[in-house]
Design a binder for this molecule. Structure first.
Ligand SMILES: NC(=O)c1ccc[n+]([C@@H]2O[C@H](COP(=O)([O-])OP(=O)(O)OC[C@H]3O[C@@H](n4cnc5c(N)ncnc54)[C@H](OP(=O)(O)O)[C@@H]3O)[C@@H](O)[C@H]2O)c1
Length: 333
């Protein structure tokens, strides 16, 4: 085992996408273990939109922002390689806050969870993680009835690709995606089982929405906000459920335009509901069980956008803001 730990430190707060000079790759000595601690080697690092807020220092998140000079914070699936903690044995696989580095010190606390070894480790980031639980919780709020038309934005992304498949499992009649390229639309239909998919970059979203959702939209699972949300609000059905999962279209600029078409919520007696996955920790185990059952039965297919090597972390994080990922973005170490 190496006696060095490569780490990516935050050097300045990013404006827009993460720039090369915002971070620095350094080599630090391997941390010494104290009683009650275990050393884990990070296998995969997960990329989440929320990480940008931790880097820009925005307030109001569920996690303290990263201080300048600290290791960039992020989720991981990791393998215990040395232990002075009774909770872990060498070889255990854990999900943790491994951060952008090769090795992390873990304790027996809420941040680190021992997971089964019979699942491919990257699945703990792409399915049995925030992505899968978020897809489930959001679609549970949307509660598709038999025959309903369900629309999902960022449909080829980590959360959206699973949300569409859960809509189908819950009995939706027609499941339509919105994504940013023909390649993504093909993946949404052929791999993730959407009935059709709108490429919003191909022009006239309003007309495309009418074509793809002729009976209007009963459930909209919104990952992006912005102009797309506005157009969809124009096409909702009576008593539609609009579920606000994320607004990634606005995260880089930080400007949050209000939707003009919101009065349709009133005239069509529709609802708009938001949720935060981390407020539902108590349901993670139950939801993992359901996701595991569906994945084992072949009813949910998962795709990972894997970037190779610690130095690719900035590219991997940027990819979810530029649309460069199909499936859950992560880095393999
Ligand atoms: N509520 C919660 O607790 C919770 C928890 C986890 C995640 N989320 C939210 O879920 C959403 C998806 O997260 P994820 O981690 O699964 O990412 P993801 O969907 O794998 O990647 C984000 C996707 O968003 C799309 N996108 C980026 N910028 C866009 C823009 N300006 N306009 C339209 N689409 C844009 C891109 O797809 P296209 O190429 O198709 O545009 C990109 O691939 C995010 O908004 C995130 O904040 C919420």
């Amino acid at each position: 085992m190496s006696d060095q730990n490569r780490q990516i430190l935050l050097r300045r707060r990013p404006q827009g996408l993460l720039a090369p000079d915002d971070v620095e790759l350094v080599t630090s000595p391997m941390p010494e273990l104290h009683e009650g601690e275990a050393l884990a080697r990070n296998l995969y690092l997960g990329m989440e939109a929320a990480m940008r807020n931790w880097l820009t220092g925005s307030e109001g998140g569920y996690m303290e922002p990263v201080a300048i000079g600290d290791v960039v914070k992020g989720s991981s699936v990791s393998e215990i390689v040395e232990t002075r903690c009774d909770a872990y044995e060498v070889g255990d696989i854990v999900t943790s806050l491994g951060n952008w580095q090769d090795y992390v010190v873990c304790q027996d606390d809420i941040l680190t969870t021992k997971v089964a070894r019979d699942v491919e480790p990257q699945r703990y980031l792409s399915l049995y993680s925030s992505a899968g639980v978020t897809a489930f919780l959001g679609m549970e709020l949307g509660a598709p009835n038999e025959g309903d038309t369900v629309l999902v934005s960022a449909a080829a992304g980590g959360t959206g690709s699973i949300a569409g498949q859960i809509a189908r499992i819950m009995g939706a009649g027609r499941v339509v995606g919105i994504a940013g390229s023909d390649e993504k639309c093909t993946a949404a239909v052929e791999q993730f089982g959407f009935d059709s998919c709108i490429n919003y970059k191909a022009g006239d979203l309003k007309a495309q929405l009418k074509d793809h959702c002729p009976k209007r939209v009963d459930v909209y699972f919104d990952n992006v906000g912005g102009d797309i949300l506005d157009v969809v609000l124009g096409g909702i059905a009576p008593r539609a459920r609009v579920v606000l999962c994320g607004a990634i279209a606005s995260y880089l600029e930080g400007k949050l335009p209000g939707p003009r078409n919101y009065t349709n919520l009133m005239s069509r007696e529709a609802t708009m509901t938001g949720f935060i996955t981390f407020n539902h920790w108590d349901r993670f185990e139950e939801i993992f069980g359901r996701l595991r059952g569906w994945a084992d039965d072949g009813r949910i297919r998962v795709r990972e956008a894997v970037f190779d090597g610690l130095e690719r972390c900035p590219d991997a994080l940027n990819s979810i803001f530029t649309g460069g990922n199909i499936g859950k973005a992560m880095v393999k170490l």
